[in-house]
Write a protein that binds this ligand. Structure first.
Ligand code: FAD
Length: 398
C-alpha cells in the first residue's frame, strides 16, 4: 500500500530551486493538492537554463539564458517559494530545515536538490574565473576580446565549450589538462581524440599530461599558469573548469550519510527515510554500481521519481531509471551522448564516425552521436543490447 505522511496536509519541503528542485516541487503540488509544498532556494533567480551558460548564452550579447520555469509557474502550481537564503542546517530527527536568515521550515518529508558548483582549487587567486551562472558568463564574455590570451584549466565539456566561445571571439586559447587526453574523465579515448582534432583545427593549443598551478600575476587582474615542466603561461583570462563540487557540505555533521555527494539508494531515499535527494547532489548506490550524474536529464528524471516517492512509505517506493544523456556544442558541431559511458569502456565508431558505441562485456553501455541527431531514437533503443546487433543496425547508416 502506498501512502504519504500520516497528516491531512502533509508538509513537503524541497531545498534547492533549480532543475531538480523546481521540477519536484511543481509535481508534488500538482499531484497532492492538499499538501503544503515549500521550496527553499539559495538563489533568488536560479530558474534559467544553466546548460546555455557555456554555450549559446556565452556567445550571445547580452547573455540571457532561456528560462525553464517562471516564479508565476511555481505560484500557479501552489508552491510556496522562499528564495534568497540558503538552507544551512537540517535536523532529520526533529524534521526541521533552517535557512541562513534563521527561518525554520518544519517538514514531514524533505527533498535535497542543492546541486553542485564548479570546483576551484585556486579560488583565492584573483582573476581565476569559473563558469556557473549567467552572471559568470556575462563577466567572462566582457573579457573575451580579440587577441586576449585565454588559458583554460581543464579540457572537459565545459572547458572546451568556453574554448570554442573564446575562439569565436578571436582570442588566443590554450587548454591545459593533467590528463593525457581531452574529455578524459567522461568518455573513451577515441571520442576525445576526435573532439580534440576539431578544436585544434580551430587553433586551440593543447598542453596535456601536465600538472598545473595558477598564480596571481603582478599586473592587476591577470594570472599566470605554471606548468609542471617549468613553462609559465601569462594569461589575460584564466578559466578554471576542473569539474563540479556538490553542495552538500551544509549537511555534514547530521546523521545523513555523505560520501562525495549525499548517498541514497535507487529509490533516492537517503540514510533517513524522510529525506530524499535528486539531481547533482545525489550519489545513487545500486546493486552493482554507484551513479553520480551531473546532467540535466538525470536531474529531471531523479526529481520525478523522488517527488513520487516522497508521498509513499519506504516499502512502496520505486527505483529511478536514468537513461543518461548529455551534449556539447562547439564550432557548429553537436556531440550527444546517451547512456552511461566510462573512459574504460570498449569503443568503436560506425556510420563514418558519426555514431560510436561504448560497451562493457559485449553489451552497449552508451552511444555517442556526432552531428547525428537524426539517429537519436535508434541509438536509445540499442542501449543494453549486445554490441553485435548494433553493428548490424548502424553499419549501413550514412
Ligand atoms: C556551465 C555549465 C554547463 C552545463 N552544460 C550542460 C549540458 O550541456 N548538458 C547537461 O546535461 N548538463 C549540463 N550542465 C550540468 C547541469 O547544469 C546540472 O546537471 C544541473 O544544473 C543539475 O541540476 P540540479 O537541480 O541538481 O542542481 P543545480 O542546477 O546546481 O541547482 C541547485 C540549486 O540549489 C541552490 N542551492 C545550493 N545550495 C543551497 C542551499 N544550501 N540551500 C538552498 N538552495 C541551495 C542553488 O543556488 C541552485 O539554484 C552544465 C553545468 C554548467 C555549470
Amino acid at each position: 500500500m502506498t501512502g504519504g505522511p500520516n497528516r491531512r496536509h502533509p508538509r513537503y519541503l524541497v531545498v534547492g530551486s533549480s532543475y531538480a528542485g523546481t521540477r519536484a516541487a511543481i509535481q508534488l503540488a500538482r499531484e497532492n493538492p492538499d499538501a503544503d509544498v515549500t521550496i527553499v532556494g539559495g538563489d533568488l533567480d536560479g530558474h534559467y537554463d544553466r546548460t546555455e551558460v557555456s554555450k549559446g548564452a556565452l556567445a550571445a550579447e547580452p547573455v540571457v539564458p532561456r528560462r525553464f520555469v517562471r516564479a508565476e509557474d511555481l505560484a500557479a502550481a501552489g508552491v510556496r517559494a522562499a528564495l534568497g537564503h540558503p538552507a544551512v542546517r537540517i535536523d532529520p530527527h526533529s524534521h526541521v530545515v533552517t535557512d541562513a536568515a534563521g527561518q525554520h521550515y518544519p517538514y514531514d518529508r524533505a527533498l535535497i536538490a542543492t546541486g553542485s558548483v564548479p570546483a576551484n582549487p585556486w579560488s583565492a587567486v584573483a582573476g581565476a574565473r569559473v563558469l556557473h551562472s549567467a552572471a559568470d558568463a556575462a563577466g567572462l564574455q566582457s573579457l573575451l576580446q580579440p587577441g586576449a590570451r585565454v588559458v583554460i584549466v581543464g579540457a572537459g565539456l565545459i572547458g572546451l565549450e568556453v574554448a570554442a566561445a573564446a575562439r569565436a571571439r578571436d582570442c588566443e586559447v590554450t587548454a591545459v589538462d593533467e590528463a593525457d587526453g581531452v574529455l578524459a574523465g567522461h568518455l573513451p579515448r577515441p571520442v576525445g581524440q576526435l573532439v580534440r582534432t576539431v578544436h585544434a583545427t580551430n587553433e586551440v593549443r593543447f598542453i596535456l599530461n601536465t600538472a598545473t598551478e595558477v598564480n596571481a600575476s603582478a599586473s592587476g587582474g591577470r594570472t599566470s599558469v605554471s606548468l609542471a615542466g617549468g613553462e609559465l603561461i601569462q594569461a589575460d583570462v584564466t578559466v578554471i573548469a576542473v569539474g563540479m563540487r556538490p553542495n552538500v557540505d551544509w549537511l555534514r555533521g547530521t546523521a545523513l550519510e555523505i560520501d562525495r555527494c549525499l548517498v541514497c539508494d535507487m529509490s533516492l531515499t537517503t540514510s533517513n527515510e524522510d529525506v530524499l535527494v535528486a539531481g547533482d547532489a545525489a550519489q545513487i548506490r545500486g546493486a552493482t554500481s554507484t551513479l553520480m550524474l551531473e546532467h540535466v536529464t538525470a536531474a529531471t528524471e531523479t526529481a520525478q521519481t523522488a517527488a513520487t516517492n516522497m508521498t509513499r512509505h519506504r516499502a512502496d517506493r520505486t527505483n529511478t531509471h536514468i537513461t543518461g544523456f548529455f551534449w556539447s556544442d562547439f564550432y557548429g558541431h553537436r556531440l550527444q551522448v546517451l547512456g552511461a559511458p566510462t573512459p574504460a569502456d570498449d569503443f568503436c565508431w560506425l556510420a563514418r564516425n558519426r555514431v560510436g558505441f561504448c560497451s562493457r562485456a559485449g553489451v552497449c553501455t552508451a552511444v555517442v552521436l556526432v552531428d547525428a541527431a537524426d539517429k537519436i531514437r535508434e541509438a536509445r533503443s540499442q542501449l543494453g543490447q549486445p554490441i553485435a546487433h548494433l553493428h548490424h543496425t548502424f553499419q549501413g547508416a550514412s
